[in-house]
Design a protein around this ligand. Structure first.
Ligand SMILES: [Zn+2]
Length: 90
């Protein structure tokens, strides 16, 4: 982890208002192990608790802000069922 205060370079136009979470692996046809998915959810919860992520955050996939397949079809479908997933970007 680079730290809550580090500004990423993953999503031009959104870097200063967003936090990028990487789930290392290829998630085009299979989802990450449940422990990895839970770690991502826990990281989001901790970010909210610590005040680094707004309670009304919008969860989106990398592909929604940049021309990329990321996070892979399988993982994208998975997170689209998570709390606060947002189809559009506002
Ligand atoms: Zn990505």
């Amino acid at each position: 982890m680079r730290g809550w205060d580090a500004v990423g370079a993953h999503a031009a136009g959104y870097n200063s208002q967003s936090i990028g979470i990487v789930l290392i692996g290829d998630w085009i046809s299979s989802v990450p192990p449940s422990v990895q998915l839970q770690a991502a959810k826990d990281l989001i919860s901790i970010g909210v608790e610590l005040g680094y992520i707004r309670p009304d955050y919008q969860l989106i996939g990398h592909r929604q802000v940049r021309a990329t397949e990321c996070p892979g079809d399988a993982l994208y479908n998975e997170i689209s069922n998570w709390e606060r997933f947002t189809h559009g970007v506002y």
